[in-house]
Design a protein around this ligand. Structure first.
Ligand SMILES: Cc1cc2nc3c(=O)[nH]c(=O)nc-3n(C[C@H](O)[C@H](O)[C@H](O)COP(=O)(O)OP(=O)(O)OC[C@H]3O[C@@H](n4cnc5c(N)ncnc54)[C@H](O)[C@@H]3O)c2cc1C
Length: 339
């Protein structure tokens, strides 16, 4: 494995932003990974595990340690009655895996279609979309525990999955995901209750969609709503949705009666941040200099030219401050800042 020096990270992030990594390498197998981590220990420098770079904002000065790009490949399928155990290596492209499983007629990944990035990153923030999360189908995650210097198979219940978070986010740098094993179904139910998906099928007059039609629906809805990463520099939704108490939600509904909220349980309510950014704060489609938000989605920040990480963080801070001023809600980034 070659360890390179001073490699610009903007070419490895979907934001197309980021200064140089002091060192950079590609891990194609476990030996490469061990060698790269050994290098970081010997040099007493930090390491950063990189997948597809679709959920990070790398600082303009870059990263002072070694960036390890995960490119381990391989997918296996093991049948067990109606269950099929799908084990995929960390460097596999997530959406190619979704496509392959739908092609095989396996139920479970279809709502998570078209999410950019790698398999290894998917459990890190517990990717979710259209009413599904990867935690719903994960059986186990095979990791290298860097702290204890050992390989481990973590069960779903060990992974502390919650909305856009997990054990891997809680203890950053400790676990490197090598592969994930998910249980998909040969005969399964479809989750088409999400508003956008329901509207899509009622418009198309399809009462009982097939698995493939659900994937096609999600792909079409996403393509309409979200920017194409081949065209725009972006990391998708920059902020997480907000979960507040019933009391806070009632206060906001009194101020913004058209806002539609979703009950999480009898105490907590999920507030649609995109709606607040758009209707209460006027942030949809703004553009100033090299940065702005997407014309169809105020949650999505865009690098419209040669934006710096500083310009993105300045806009993000302005959004945080405005939301607080208008609603009293504190919002937090989903995108991770790497420096
Ligand atoms: C247009 C667009 C739409 C998106 N839509 C969604 C969406 O609907 N739902 C959603 O949840 N996300 C969405 N995202 C965010 C992003 O695609 C996901 O978070 C994805 O899982 C990130 O994968 P990645 O390989 O690019 O990770 P990276 O950005 O490279 O890394 C993200 C984090 O994971 C860590 N990591 C990566 N690989 C490993 C590994 N093997 N082991 C341990 N840690 C690792 C990194 O160190 C970093 O902390 C979207 C992004 C874009 C650009």
């Amino acid at each position: 494995m070659t360890i390179q020096e001073k490699i610009l990270l903007n070419q490895y992030t979907t934001f197309r932003i980021g200064g140089p990594a002091r060192f950079f390498c590609v891990a194609q197998n476990e030996d490469d990974l061990i060698e790269a981590i050994g290098f970081s220990k010997k040099k007493k420098i930090p390491f950063f595990i990189l997948g597809g770079g679709s959920n990070i904002l790398v600082s303009d000065v870059g990263f002072p340690g070694i960036v390890i790009k995960m490119e381990m490949k391989g997918v296996t399928y093991a049948e067990d009655g109606n269950d099929v155990r799908v084990t995929a290596a960390a460097g596999e492209n997530w959406d190619s895996l979704v496509q392959a499983t739908v092609d095989r007629g396996l139920f479970g990944f279809e709502n998570l279609s078209l999410i950019p990035g790698t398999v290894g990153a998917a459990p890190v923030q517990n990717i979710g979309a259209y009413g599904s999360e990867i935690k719903d189908v994960i059986e186990s995650v095979y990791v290298l525990d860097v702290l204890k210097d050992e390989y481990k198979t973590l069960k779903n219940s060990d992974c502390k999955f919650a909305y856009r978070t997990s054990l891997f986010k809680e203890e950053p740098g400790r676990y490197v995901v090598l592969s994930t094993t998910c249980i998909l179904k040969k005969k399964g139910g479809l989750n088409i209750g999400y508003k956008d998906v329901q509207e899509y099928f009622s418009f198309k007059k399809i009462k009982e969609p097939t698995l493939k039609q659900v994937r096609d629906a999600v792909v079409e809805i996403r393509t309409r709503k979200l920017p194409d990463i081949r065209e725009y520099g972006t990391a998708g939704s920059f902020f997480k949705n907000v979960i507040v108490s019933q009391t806070k939600a009632q206060e906001l509904i009194a101020k913004y009666p058209e806002m539609i909220v979703h009950a999480v349980n009898d105490k907590k309510v999920k507030i649609p941040l995109a709606w607040i950014l758009d209707h209460a704060c006027g942030f949809r489609g703004v553009k100033k200099g090299n940065v702005g938000t997407y014309k169809n989605q105020a949650l999505v920040l865009i690098n419209y030219g040669n934006a710096t990480a500083q310009e993105i963080t300045d806009l993000a801070q302005k959004m945080v401050d405005t939301v607080y001023e208008k609603t009293g809600i504190e919002i937090f980034p989903e995108v991770e800042y790497v420096q």
